[in-house]
Structures are given as structure tokens and as C-alpha cells.
Write a protein that binds this ligand. Sequence first.
Ligand code: NAD
Ligand code: TYD
Length: 338
Amino acid sequence: MRVLVTGGAGFIGGNFVRYLLSSNTNDSVIGLDALTYAGNIESLMDVEDKPNYTFVHGDVTSHEDVEAVFAVGIDAVVHFAAESHVDRSILDPGAFVRTNVLGTQVLLDAARKYGVKKFVHVSTDEVYGALGSTGYFTEETPLHPNSPYSASKAGSDLLVQAYHHTYGLPTCITRCSNNYGPYQFPEKLIPLTIVRAMANEPIPVYGDGQQVRDWLHVIDHCRAIDAVLREGVSGEVYNIGSDNEWTNLRIVERILDVLGKPHDLIQFVEDRPGHDRRYAIDATKIRRELGWAPTIPFDEGLASTVKWYQENETWWRRVQSGEYQSFFETQYSTRLSQ
Ligand code: NAD
Ligand code: TYD
């Protein structure tokens, strides 16, 4: 298969590119990424020389960029490219509508025109809205997004379902809980806590810190997406989660404990506007129908993630300083042309 991975220089997309290249040598992988602030080509330096991997610098909202990629022949699309940070969506919703809604529609049109055999749309549990202290999201839970981020993702989900229903496009949608693991930018809770704690800097906890998320290691998410790519039934939605619910405050405390840092680094700050209280996923369907189950216990995943940030300080320091953004122009594009 030739698989197009959009957002392939982001956190999950980059981990998925590496996962595909290491687990199935018969696939060739094209990573398409606009290299926004969230894209980091340095995250893929270890696979850049693989003969079955190509990186394309392009924008999913550009018909021209997308056509150029599809014209080489694409069997399947795994669509990660998105604006993904809730806090940024509160400050600038327009970018989220443009990439997440319009970009998805541009890709769907190309997938239809070129007859791709599978279009996997990577969505989020946040499209379901917020839960109280009980209950779980199933695939039948009505969409009730609360943030500009989740609203734009819900918009993209509806377009994907409409293209399946109207044109018969072979689509699947995945809706996963919060991911953690290597190569996540330190603007998200877990890596932010790790790098700030390592520097003995205060850790901002929004509101009372009692909001609940269900955390899944990114490699387990990649395994689930791979199962949907190969075995997922066209037109279906698959929830992905691991029954691993923690309050934000406990997550931060656990990371401080792993690092041997004092809890008084925690600083309660003003709450996020419209902050969703709890997300929790019922992943029975993907477990039963595709045989997927998470494999990385949270203790181990959290400890190995902390270790990864300790051992890859250059990577996240270059993200913090912004140096990673000049890497593509100054070095990578030169290498490509050699
Ligand atoms: P990310 O922000 O780390 O990466 C997004 C990538 O998309 C970046 O490389 C960025 O450069 C690229 N991109 C943005 N706009 C683009 C455009 N117009 N054209 C081409 N590329 C563009 O995000 P992530 O955390 O890896 O999330 C990936 C996907 O998974 C998103 O669709 C997100 O909604 C979904 N998701 C994320 C989580 C999570 O916990 N991070 C959980 C569930 C679902
Ligand atoms: P985040 O990692 O941004 O993911 P999402 O908003 O998609 O769930 O945030 C996870 C939770 O942590 C969320 O409830 C907001 C909270 N949070 C903090 O308390 N402090 C922080 O500095 C950040 C970034 C998030």
C-alpha cells in the first residue's frame, strides 16, 4: 500500500509514520505536512533515509498541494493534519475552521477523485462534549462539542460521514482520548509538566485541577489506527481509549513524584474558559470487532515518557527556542535536493 499520512510531522502523525515504517516494510509512506508551529521535521530524522518514506511539504487546504500528492497514486489516507490545541482555538478559532474543516473537505474531494481505497479520519473524543462524574462516550453518543477546537473537529467528522453516505467514499473515523508519549510539544499538559518540573519552574494547573482525562500512550493509539486502516469497516466510527482516568492534578503530582520534585511547584491558575470537566471512552467496539487492546500500562508509559524527555533535551529545547522551525529551510530541503 502507498499510504498518505497528513500531519505526518506532528506528534501522533510522526509517531504513526515511524510505526508504519518499522512494522510493515511493504507499505510506502508519504508524509504531508505544512510545518506549522506544531510540525517538526526533526522528530523524523531517524527515518528520513528510509527508501519507502517521502516527506512532502504542503498544506491540506491547498487544492494544488493536495492534487500534486494524490497524482502519484495513493491507496489509503490517514488524516491527522489539524490545529490541535484547545487553548489556541480559544484565542484564534479561524485557523481551526480553515485547517480542520476546509482542509478535510479538500482531502475528501481528492480522495474521491482519485478513488482511494480507505480514508481514515483521526478525530477526538472531545467531539462528544463533556461528561459528569459517571458514564462513557460510545460511538452513538450525540456530538456536542464545546470548544472551537472540538467544534471544528466535529465539523470535519460530519463531512467525512457525508462523503461516505453521499458518494460511497470508503471512510472510517477514529475518536481517541488524550495521548501522551515521545515527541509531544511542551504546550500540552504532560510534556509541559515534565519540562517545567525538570527546570524547577511552576506547573500551571487550570481551575481546581479536578478535570478528568483518559490517557493513552501514543503507540497504542498508532496500533489502533493501523487496525482501523487494515480491518475497519467502511462508514464506521471507532472509539479508542484505555479506561485510564486521572484528574489533571493527580497527573501532575505523579510526574513530580517520578522526577522526585516537590508538589509545591504546582500553581493553580485561572481556569480555561468553557473547560470540559470529564472525558471517558467506551472502547468496547474496537476491542470486540478489531481485537485491539492497549498494551502499555500507565505507570510504565509515564515513566518511559519522562525518561524520553530527560534523554532528548536537545529536541524539546529547540522546540522551546523556535530553532526547529528554521531546520527545514536551512538543512532538510538542501538534503532533499542532493
Ligand atoms: P499536532 O498539533 O502535534 O500535529 C498536527 C500536525 O498537522 C502538525 O505537524 C502540523 O504542522 C500539521 N498541520 C497543521 N495544519 C496543517 C495544514 N493546513 N496542512 C498540512 N499539515 C498541517 O497534533 P497531534 O496531537 O499529533 O494530533 C493529530 C490528530 O489527532 C489531530 O487531528 C487531533 O485532532 C487528533 N487527536 C489528538 C489527540 C491528542 O491527545 N493529541 C487525541 C485524539 C485525537
Ligand atoms: P491538554 O494537554 O491541552 O489537552 P486537552 O485540552 O485536549 O484535553 O490539556 C489536558 C488537560 O490539562 C485539560 O483539562 C487542561 C489541563 N491543563 C492544565 O491544567 N494546565 C496546563 O498548563 C495545560 C496545558 C492543560
